[in-house]
Design a protein around this ligand. Structure first.
Ligand SMILES: NC(=O)c1ccc[n+]([C@@H]2O[C@H](COP(=O)([O-])OP(=O)(O)OC[C@H]3O[C@@H](n4cnc5c(N)ncnc54)[C@H](OP(=O)(O)O)[C@@H]3O)[C@@H](O)[C@H]2O)c1
Length: 219
């Protein structure tokens, strides 16, 4: 299976690309710039052997993939999806990782998204034939960048049972990550606030690793 990382040159995208490639998936590291995509692949390969990573433009990555992870800053999502609308394959799955947070100087602020969440905002802008899940919003890039098992849970919601099942199957490939089915897409409203909470905790406790683990579930 080929998985595309849109924003694959960023901290979160690079970390996810490495984790999926380490799990044996073929990963297209997407960028607006072929040179930045190639540099990200080279940096990811350094010291890690021959991971199945390739560089691509965002246009190429979206057109070639059945599974696409969107890991770009939220403020650019609308323009990007409008420009890419015709390139999505019918039946593709988009996994939205975005958190609608902006930084006023060093101060993080959650944006008030009129649809309720970044994920619902994205749903409005995707072709009908593309399934949408929201996940991986509460896993910090710094944790992804290592090789140790992630040792946390990740919440998955989506616009269909099939979108959630496809996402959960993918996440199960990453060591130490327990995916939890959190139901319909509007659960992303909660995850996005939890991501903001993790940012706040990191700042208070001088960490970059805060993430979540749910107790009391028999899974
Ligand atoms: N960092 C974390 O710990 C973390 C954790 C959970 C979720 N997230 C979410 O994951 C997403 C990515 O986070 P990040 O920290 O990796 O962000 P980032 O480094 O700021 O950006 C990721 C990539 O997005 C692309 N990009 C930037 N501006 C763009 C624009 N105007 N149009 C199209 N592409 C653009 C850039 O790639 P090119 O210039 O190569 O095209 C950039 O390398 C965000 O929505 C964030 O909220 C982040």
């Amino acid at each position: 299976m080929t998985i595309a990382l849109i924003g694959g040159t960023g901290a979160e995208g690079r970390g996810l690309a490495a984790r999926f490639a380490s799990a044996g998936l073929r990963v297209l590291v997407g960028s607006r710039s072929p040179d930045r995509a190639a540099a990200a692949v080279k940096a990811l390969q350094a010291g890690r052997g021959d991971l199945p990573l390739s560089a691509a433009t965002n246009d190429e990555a979206i057109a070639a993939s059945d599974t696409i992870v969107l890991a770009v800053p939220f403020p650019c999502v609308s323009r990007l999806l409008d420009a890419q609308h015709a390139r999505f394959k019918s039946g593709a799955l988009l996994i939205d990782v975005t958190v609608p947070v902006v930084f006023d100087g060093a101060q993080p602020r959650l944006l008030d998204v009129s649809e309720g969440s970044a994920a619902e905002h994205i749903r409005r802008r995707l072709p009908d034939g593309v399934a949408l899940a929201a996940s991986l919003k509460t896993i910090p890039a710094r944790v992804l960048s290592g090789v140790a098992p992630l040792d946390c849970d990740e919440f998955v919601c989506g616009d269909s049972e099939s979108a959630r099942e496809r996402t959960i199957a993918l996440l199960r490939l990453i060591p130490g990550l327990r995916p939890l089915d959190a139901g319909p897409l509007d659960s992303a409203r909660t995850f996005e606030r939890m991501a903001m909470l993790a940012i706040t905790l990191n700042r208070r406790y001088k960490s970059r690793d805060a993430r979540f683990h749910v107790v009391g579930l028999a899974t």
